[in-house]
Design a protein around this ligand. Structure first.
Ligand code: FUC
Length: 927
């Protein structure tokens, strides 16, 4: 039965996509020009000259990590489809199947005896989770604002400005220009809709909330409407996440009233509509949170803040993340067409700026769907209009969830990664039970999916779900993140999850009787049958690659932390007994232990190239034969694929250092069957992994750092002859900027977090070049390593510029701390190598900017003293203690290292009830 369900899902259409025909069309507008505000945003905006109508895939996504909305921009009835990231079907459940462990010896015997389908039968009887499928992420519902007839509206356009994270709709109706701005504020935890008109008293509408779950609507106040609901029951697990959505109108001019769940605004000149949603989800085991209190307190706090302040706090918060990376790939007249037209004609029109837009859209989506303290971005980020979305809009671990976070570090959004590490910590607990009862093993395990309840068992049927290395892959992300940040505190905090993941495999790997290697059994090479209806096997190549990474990571992390000598000896011994990668009879990387030919030659999963990307076990210079075989593997599998499959292949071709092919695949992704009008990637249906994978792929084309060196412009395509990028991050702790023209690098800018030798590889070094330390102006000596690579000794916080002679310097990557505001902050510890700025408007925001040139700071604490010692109602993303007038926040937001240099800033917010007076002092202490 679960297998049937699974198949249905694989061929089924999307609820959200249903209204939009696959292969939708859009025709170029004659004489079209991008709106002025789009040009002002450097073309980093999506824009359209028509409303979304009823099509969700034309609506524009906004989000603050927790709250999301799709904005339709209709003139007659505005629709905001609302999400809150913890509204999931069901409630806490124990997924482990207690029959598993007893059946395991027989399952393994059948696998080793090549009786794969009968092994699968036994797995389906004994290893499937309870329930056998996981639970769905669900929609809260819709806020609708009915304005009346749209007839006669002119000068319509709507935009999503990626530089401000604000969706704007403008039009002229009956001689009045109307404008709506919508954004989701992370500092203030509300969605804000601002309606204005250029004639006094011109705004009238009625507003309602409704949703497909079990809900009731009401009018709890004279200007407020409410939707109170509970998540759905699914797979026999009773729905138990309660939520409350509130929408309140604050009007200038005119009047507002609310009754029977309908809000009526008449004759207003401007309206600020605040949407607040609270959920009772506390964590995967607890659902008794004060959801009404949360919804109300966020609303109350936001109401006390003027619109301009709400907006500027939102923009500042967002830009602190988004602004870290800039990219320019050149602009053509193609950018003067609406975004949907650009997608529709991408194959035939030269439009390099679209790649820059797609790259930044991925960063926008990550900032908007994943923030410290929120749930990780799921298959749809946080945007889902259905109670029963495709694949439950959950977390698929065998490709999709890791892909979502590939751009997190490389595109300088390390903080956005935090929810994944929080989830891994929880999976290490729920997965320990699955390890125990299904394998009789220590440590923890997760299979190919998980959900808000941190289900870790086998789901969907053996053919898909019997894959053991979901947790192992997740654990390697901890190490990879550490390689970017160098944050030992982070590594120490998450090392237990790495160790637990390794422990499971020390306890469960078995010796392959035919070959003597240590292998997983049972497992699969994700979702691909090697014989008819049989995917289950022992020791698939992807498992071996993941486990090599995991064991290496645990060994090195334990070494750095001075932990677990004896355990690490065992880890190394197991690592050395894993099957090596092999070149198969077709010149390809062998996908299984035996040289089987896949049953579906063009299957979307190319899992056995995990070693090429994201891992570094297959490299051009380290393992040339395997590198060649990886290319052959991709040729055999073909370029076609689902959205995320194409996106992974962009990353693969970038690692093959083939810029032309990577760009070709990027083009394949920008087609109407793979990209919706709103730029959401289509599996189809919509799946956000393709967006994130594309952003990661573009970053990999410009900078790679997986191989102990920074490789600059490793896969630059001819389609981007001239360009510039700043703020990319490389492993080892480097911020990288570079510019090029006529396909050749002009200038490279490298800023180091820490002292140490850095290897640079770039074509630039094959000709004449100079290297200067921009921080102290000194010429920097380099050691030549190869024709195209050099090494230099970098000092923490210094920026090094390598350039062709005669290239004039661009502005350096470093930025100076922003101006301070009242109250005057003070700082202590860590050589005061940072500036603190603050602002106050009913809540309090501190931003810490590490001075360029300083050492990274970590483990920081912020203390405030408030007059009168009023109670703090909430602290955004931090743990706070209060003692009289003194409030101390630790673990604020993401407690990772704050790297020095360009645009490294950080904020936290507290809202204060009562007197609402600003703090009299602020102190930042670092350890
Ligand atoms: C994996 C993939 C599918 C889809 C689903 C959510 O199972 O094989 O293509 O992406 O996850």
């Amino acid at each position: 039965m679960p297998e049937v369900t699974r198949r249905r899902l694989l061929v089924g259409g999307a609820a959200g996509a249903a209204l939009l025909p696959l292969g939708w069309t859009a025709v170029a507008r004659a004489g079209s020009a991008a709106p002025a505000e789009v040009r002002a945003a450097g073309d980093l905006a999506l824009w359209y000259d028509e409303p979304a109508g009823t099509e969700w895939l034309r609506a524009l996504p906004i989000g603050n990590g927790r709250l999301g909305a799709m904005v339709f921009g209709n003139v007659d009835t505005e629709r905001l489809q609302l999400n809150e990231d913890t509204v999931w079907a069901g409630g806490p459940y124990d997924s482990s199947n207690t029959r598993g462990a007893a059946a395991l010896p027989e399952i393994r015997r059948r696998v080793f005896a090549d009786q794969w389908t009968s092994a699968q039968d036994l797995i389906n009887q004994t290893m499937m989770g309870t329930p056998g499928g996981q639970l769905a992420y669900q929609t809260v519902g819709d806020l609708r604002l009915a304005f009346g007839s749209a007839s006669g509206a002119t000068q319509y356009h709507r935009t999503l400005d990626l530089t401000t994270a604000i969706a704007t709709t403008t039009y002229v109706l009956n001689g009045v220009r109307h404008q709506r701005e919508v954004f989701a504020s992370a500092p203030d935890q509300v969605i804000v809709v601002r309606l204005t008109a250029d004639r006094a008293g011109a705004i009238s509408f009625s507003g309602t909330l409704a949703g497909p779950l079990r809900t009731t609507t009401s009018s709890p106040g004279g200007a407020t409407i409410a939707l109170d609901g509970i998540s759905g029951t699914m797979e026999g697990v009773t729905g138990s996440v309660r939520f409350l959505a509130l929408a309140e109108a604050v009007v200038t001019g005119g009047s507002v009233a609310s009754s029977g769940g309908t809000l009526r605004v008449s004759g207003a000149t401007s309206v600020t509509l605040l949407v607040s949603i609270g959920s009772s989800y506390v964590d995967y085991r607890t659902v008794n949170g004060d959801y009404q209190g949360i919804a109300r307190s966020r609303l109350t706090a936001a109401r006390a803040i003027a619109y301009d302040q709400l907006r500027s706090r939102h923009v500042a918060d967002y830009q602190a993340l988004f602004g870290r990376v800039t990219i320019e790939l050149g602009r053509t007249a193609a950018a003067d067409q609406p975004t949907d037209v650009r997608i529709a004609q991408h194959a035939t029109v030269n439009d390099p700026q679209f790649s820059a837009l797609l790259f930044q859209f991925g960063r926008y989506l990550l900032i908007s769907s994943s923030r410290p303290g929120t749930q990780p971005a799921n298959l749809q980020g946080i945007w889902n209009d259905s109670p029963s979305p495709q694949w439950d809009s959950k977390y698929t671990l065998n490709a999709n969830l890791p892909m979502n976070y590939w751009p997190a570090d490389s595109t300088n959004l390390a903080e956005c990664y935090q929810p994944v590490f929080a989830m891994i910590k929880e999976l290490a607990v729920s997965g320990a039970r699955t390890a125990q009862v299904q394998y009789g093993a220590g440590g923890w395990v997760t299979h190919h999916n998980t959900d808000a309840w941190r289900g870790t068992s086998v789901v969907d049927g053996a053919l898909w779900g019997m894959w053991q290395t979901g947790g192992a892959w997740l654990a390697t992300l901890i190490w990879d993140h550490y390689r970017f940040t160098g944050d030992l505190g982070f590594l120490r905090a998450h090392y237990p999850a790495m160790k637990g993941a390794a422990q499971f495999f020390l306890d469960t790997l078995v010796t392959d009787p035919a070959r003597g290697y240590l292998v997983t059994n049972p497992s699969n090479s994700p979702e691909l049958p090697h014989h008819a209806n049989a995917s289950v096997c022992a020791g698939p190549t992807m498992d071996n690659q993941i486990l090599r990474d995991l064991f290496d990571a645990v060994d090195q992390a334990g070494d750095l932390l001075g932990a677990d000598q004896e355990f690490r000896t065992r880890v190394r011994a197991a690592r050395d007994r894993l099957p090596p990668m092999r070149v198969g009879s077709r010149g390809n990387i062998q996908e299984w232990l035996a040289d089987w030919v896949e049953t579906e030659p063009n299957h979307r999963h190319v899992s056995h190239l995990y070693g090429l990307h994201p891992s570094n076990q297959i490299t051009k210079r380290g393992t040339p034969q395997l590198h060649q075989a990886a290319r052959r593997t991709l040729e055999l599998r073909g370029d076609d694929g689902t959205g995320w499959s194409l996106a992974w292949k962009i990353n693969y071709w970038a690692r093959l250092e083939d810029g032309a092919r990577a760009r070709k695949l990027l083009g394949d992704l920008v087609r109407t069957d793979r990209l919706a009008p709103n730029m959401f990637d289509l599996h189809p249906p919509f799946q956000i992994d393709g967006n994130f994978g594309a952003t990661s792929g573009i970053a990999e084309m410009l900078l790679q750092s997986h191989n102990g060196e920074l490789h600059l412009l490793p896969a630059l395509p001819a389609a981007w002859p001239t360009g510039r990028v700043t703020g990319l991050r490389g492993r080892g702790g480097y911020t990288v900027g570079l510019s090029w023209s006529a396909g050749h690098a002009d200038e490279l800018l490298i800023t180091a977090d820490r002292d140490g030798a850095v290897k640079l590889r770039a074509q630039l070094f094959t000709g004449a070049f100079t290297v200067v330390d921009l921080t102290d102006g000194a010429t920097t000596a380099v050691t030549r390593l190869e024709a195209d690579s050099v090494q230099l000794s970098a000092r923490a916080g210094h920026t090094y510029r390598a350039a062709r002679p005669g290239v004039s310097p661009s502005p350096s990557a470093s930025s100076s701390p922003s101006a301070s505001a009242s109250p005057s902050p003070s700082s202590a510890g860590a050589r005061a190598a940072y500036a603190v700025t603050s602002s106050w408007s009913g809540g309090f925001q501190a931003e810490v900017t590490v001075t360029a040139g300083a050492t990274a700071i970590r483990g920081w604490t912020v203390s405030w003293t408030f007059p009168g010692g009023q109670a703090i109602s909430q602290v955004w993303n931090g743990t706070h203690t209060q003692s009289g007038p003194n409030v101390t926040v630790t673990n604020a937001a993401y407690n990772g290292a704050l790297a020095p240099g360009a645009a490294t800033s950080f904020g936290l917010i507290a809202s204060v009830t009562g007197a609402n007076e600003p703090p009299t002092s602020i102190t930042v202490t670092t350890s």
